[in-house]
Design a binder for this molecule. Structure first.
Ligand code: ADE
Length: 273
C-alpha cells in the first residue's frame, strides 16, 4: 500500500536528487579541465599556483591552487601523454576518472575536502536540441553513449545515467543553456551512439563528464558540468574539422563563462531561489 512512509521516502529522494546549488556553502571547488589549453587562461585569470607533488609520482596530472572569495579553488588537468609517446592531452574517460579520484582523495587527506566538482570543457552540440557553436551549457545530468551491454541490469549499468546538481537558477541568472551531457571515448560517433544519445535526450556530447560525475558521486560530492559547444554533432560538417576550427573561439567562450560560474558558486550574496 502507498503509505505515508512511502510518500516521505519519495519526498526525501526527490530532495536529494535535485540538490540546489543556492542552498550550499562551498569552501572548496575542484575544477577538472582535461585539456591544458582550456585550463591555462582560467588558471592565469585566478592567479592559481602550480602545486608540485599534488599527485602521486608516475601520474601525468597537474594541479593548480589558490583562493577566490575565501573559497579554495583547485584546477586539475590530465596532463600530456607519455605512455604512447604522442605528447597529446590525455583525453577520455580513463584519465579523467583517475585524475579526479586522486584529486578528491588528496583534498580529503589535506583536511579540506572539495564540496563541488565543476568539470569544464568543450563538447559537441545538437541542432535537434537547438544548440549552436559557442553555446554554454550547464549540465543537468550525465550518461554514457558508448557502453552497450545488452544483458538485463548491465544495460542500465552501461548507460550509467546520473542526475547531477540542479543548475536551473544559475543558468537563468547567467543566461546559459541547460541539458544532459553524454560521454563516449570517441570524438566522432556511430549510429548506435546516436541511438543512445537520443534515448538519453543529450544536448551535449563529450569524452569525460559521465566518468567524472561517477567519481564525484562515489565521494558524495555534487557534480556540475560547464560545457562549450565546438561542433554540431547532427550538422553537415565532419566533427574533427569543426572541432579544430572552433576550438579557439570555444576556449574563449569558456574563459568568459568560467569566472562567472565560479563567482555565482562562491558568492551567492543577494541571490534567491
Ligand atoms: N568535445 C568537443 N566536441 C566533441 C564531440 N563532438 N564529441 C566528443 N567530445 C567533444
Amino acid at each position: 500500500p502507498f503509505t505515508a512512509c512511502t510518500f516521505l521516502l519519495l519526498f526525501f529522494a526527490a530532495l536529494v536528487s535535485s540538490t540546489k546549488l543556492e542552498s550550499m556553502t562551498i569552501q572548496h571547488v575542484l575544477v577538472p579541465i582535461v585539456m591544458e589549453a582550456e585550463a591555462k587562461p582560467f588558471v592565469e585569470h585566478l592567479g592559481l599556483e602550480s602545486v608540485e607533488g599534488f599527485f602521486p609520482p608516475h601520474t601525468p596530472f597537474l594541479a593548480y591552487q589558490g583562493e577566490h572569495h575565501s573559497c579554495k579553488v583547485t584546477v586539475v588537468t590530465m596532463g600530456k601523454d607519455t605512455v604512447y609517446g604522442t605528447g597529446m592531452d590525455n583525453v577520455g574517460t580513463t584519465s579523467a576518472a583517475l585524475g579526479t579520484f586522486l584529486a578528491l582523495s588528496r583534498s580529503e587527506a589535506d583536511g579540506n575536502p572539495a564540496q563541488l566538482v565543476m568539470n569544464a570543457g568543450t563538447c559537441g552540440g545538437f541542432q535537434r536540441q537547438g544548440g549552436g557553436i559557442g553555446d554554454v551549457y550547464l549540465t543537468t545530468g550525465v550518461a554514457h553513449h558508448d557502453r552497450r551491454i545488452p544483458i538485463p541490469g548491465f544495460d542500465v549499468y552501461g548507460i550509467g545515467k546520473l542526475e547531477t546538481l540542479n543548475p536551473t537558477t544559475m543558468a537563468k541568472t547567467l543566461g546559459y543553456k541547460t541539458g544532459i551531457c553524454t560521454t563516449g571515448n570517441s570524438l566522432d560517433w556511430v549510429e548506435k551512439d546516436d541511438e543512445f544519445m537520443k534515448d538519453s535526450n543529450a544536448s551535449c556530447k563529450d569524452m569525460e563528464a559521465a566518468s567524472i560525475a561517477w567519481i564525484a558521486k562515489m565521494h558524495d560530492v555534487p557534480y556540475l558540468g560547464v560545457k562549450v559547444v565546438t561542433d554540431i554533432v547532427d550538422g553537415p560538417h565532419p566533427t574533427q574539422d569543426e572541432f579544430l576550427e572552433n576550438l579557439h573561439s570555444a576556449a574563449k567562450s569558456l574563459q568568459d563563462a568560467l569566472p562567472k560560474v565560479l563567482e555565482y558558486v562562491t558568492d551567492k550574496t543577494g541571490q534567491s531561489d
